[in-house]
Design a protein around this ligand. Structure first.
Ligand SMILES: Cc1ncc(COP(=O)(O)O)c(C=O)c1O
Length: 445
């Protein structure tokens, strides 16, 4: 029915991640086997103590405080203060049912238009547009699709201003979904000083910060708890990735203790009180332990990171050996290859965009991956962004939920103690990719 929803809401579509899931299910229903690299959901068994606290808390049914419990905010503040070496008070932290609604709320309440690196996680763009803001892409390095320079920031800013826009917000994400890349100290410095000079609020999405393969880069962040109003940096994070608990819905934002930071925090709290009220009570109680800087949790975070490193590095090496253009991931659980070296063969098959490539791979080769266009890549733009696919390795560990809990803890332990790891689903994915590339090589051009 026409005009039943607002024109802003009519821009919203089901997320491409869910769209690909549906195509995978349909293809499987036709009796075909599909290796699923399309969905970025962490699937390790949850840490045992955290799981027990959640079970023991199931009778806690009251609404929690809007900002989150004092204990949880303290745990999050201590965890991030320890990681970043800055002082953070629990009063700077706001907890929510996932970091996604917090990002949505931030785009909604902050003034001005938005600058986003190309490529960026699928949900930012719809959130920005839904907030009635204009979005301007910041171009990234041709090979790693992550590094941002002063020149690319300036070009985007100047373009926005010349079109009459008012760029006042920028969001960055490291380690990155979709590229798996991690910012260097220099890159963060460049972004931070640019935003400070232009009076831009910088949101740093650090949901993958624990899954960083080089320990020293875990501490690299634009957030420094600056108490004066010369700059405003907001950090977001959550339980979904490192702790494999996306469905529990716990995320957080940390605001600087400045006048601007406090104003934004108070506004977010008012927004939250009218929108989601509070995050789930049992999940908040269990998260106190999850974020704690305790030996058990440090060990858990270490083993999860070691396994993601093994899996993404093995996949990266295989993709490189197959002749694809791919940068080595430094964190998260994604690899972001481009099939552009096979553009001629793909064109011969009638495949001209990353979405068509994604469809061809599912239907003809039995492998699901998300198209780069879902992350803002331009199908008609420079070749570096074309035919990119985001491959998530997170579904390559276990057959199903039973396997996850029967074998998951042993797998994590084996990985931490340096034992050789065998991941049959990973090897299967590599085999299917090899067959897909062989198919392309056989196309006469
Ligand atoms: C880059 C990035 N940011 C934020 C989120 C949102 O996570 P959550 O709402 O579960 O905290 C995700 C989830 O996929 C993500 O990949």
């Amino acid at each position: 029915m026409a005009n039943i929803v607002t024109s802003t809401a009519a821009q919203l579509h089901i997320s491409p991640t869910l769209g690909i899931n549906e195509l995978v299910l349909k293809t499987r229903a036709e009796g075909k086997h599909v290796v699923h690299l399309g969905f970025g959901e962490a699937t390790f068994p949850i840490q045992k103590d955290v799981l027990q606290i959640h079970r023991d808390s199931s009778s806690t049914t009251s609404y929690m405080p809007v900002a989150g419990t004092e204990e949880l905010r303290k745990s999050i503040a201590e965890f991030n203060a320890d990681r970043l070496g800055v002082s953070i008070s629990p009063s700077q932290v706001v907890v929510a049912p996932g970091s996604k609604p917090l990002l949505f709320a931030l785009f909604d309440i902050l003034q001005g238009d938005v600058m986003l690196p190309r490529p960026s996680w699928v949900s930012y763009e719809p959130q920005v547009l839904h907030a009635g803001k204009k979005l301007f892409w910041v171009e990234t390095d041709a090979h790693d699709r992550h590094t941002i320079t002063e020149a690319s920031l300036t070009a985007t800013y100047d373009k926005a201003v010349s079109e009459g826009a008012n760029p006042r917000i920028m969001l960055v994400n490291s380690p990155s979904n979709p590229t798996g890349h991690v910012f260097s100290v220099e890159c963060v410095k460049t972004i931070k000083s640019f935003c400070k000079a232009k009076g831009i609020v910088l949101i740093t999405d650090e949901i993958y910060s624990d899954v960083c393969f080089d320990e020293t880069l875990k501490t690299v962040s634009a957030f420094d708890s600056n108490p004066d109003d010369s700059e405003t940096v907001i950090l977001t994070g959550g339980l979904s990735k490192t702790y494999s608990a996306g469905g529990w819905r716990v995320g957080y934002a940390i605001f600087p203790p400045s006048l601007a930071g406090e104003t934004i925090r108070q506004t977010i709290l008012a927004y939250a009180s009218e929108c989601w009220s509070a995050a789930s009570a049992p999940a908040q109680l269990a998260s106190v332990k999850a974020f704690s800087v305790s030996s058990e949790m440090n060990e858990y975070r270490k083993s999860v990171t070691a396994l993601h490193k093994y899996c993404t590095t093995r996949l990266y090496q295989a993709l490189k050996d197959l002749g694809l253009d791919v940068g080595q991931p430094g964190g998260a659980f994604y690899v972001y290859p481009s099939f552009s070296p096979y553009s001629a063969q793909l064109n011969k098959l009638g495949v001209f965009t990353s979405a068509e490539l994604s469809k061809w791979l599912i239907q003809e080769c039995g492998l699901a991956a998300l198209p780069g266009s879902a992350f803002g890549e331009d199908d008609n733009g420079p070749v570096c962004g074309r035919f990119r696919l985001r491959m998530a390795t997170s579904y390559l560990y276990f057959r199903d939920e039973v396997d996850r809990y029967e074998n998951g803890y042993a797998l994590l332990e084996a990985c931490t103690s340096g034992k050789e790891t065998q991941l049959p689903y990973l090897e299967e994915a590599i085999k299917v990719l090899g067959e897909a590339v062989a198919k392309l090589k056989n196309v006469q051009v």
